[in-house]
Write a protein that binds this ligand. Sequence first.
Ligand code: DAT
Ligand code: MG
Length: 152
Amino acid sequence: MSNTERTFIMIKPDGVARGLVAEIISRFERRGFKLVAMKFMVADEALLQQHYGALADKPFFPGLVKFIGSGPVVPMVWEGKDVVKQGRAMLGETNPLASKPGTIRGDFGIDIGRNVVHGSDSVETAEREIGLWFDKGQLVDWTLPLAGSIYE
Ligand code: DAT
Ligand code: MG
């Protein structure tokens, strides 16, 4: 299993509005994952249509794109062993009401359309999403100084 697997995590406008930016970043930092890229931005409609393209035929799609574009988001790339699956586990279920306490959505969310944070659902999806939100040059090449205390 690769220690350099990457996932795309994004704090949604509701998470930013509620002051959860530091809390969410902190959970990934404390877990031992390495931050590779981060932005603070309002996403345009074209980007969001691509990002959520697989959901284009869902009834909630227009409202989803409108909401995610309604305010600033914090798109990020995190790296580490099994980070895609672990990131999803840290987020909880899509529906916050089905999410266990201790997960981000289970601790901070109630309605499905305000579930605070996005996380890639597979390594392939992560690669696609990272490519949509970041240029290659924005992915920072650095060594986590504490890697030896996190990995055997
Ligand atoms: P996830 O974000 O857990 O990967 P998803 O990819 O199926 O879930 O859907 C993307 C987002 O769309 C999700 O975070 C919230 C919204 N969404 C999903 N299902 C929905 C529904 N039934 N009603 C309203 N919004 C929904
Ligand atoms: Mg998804």
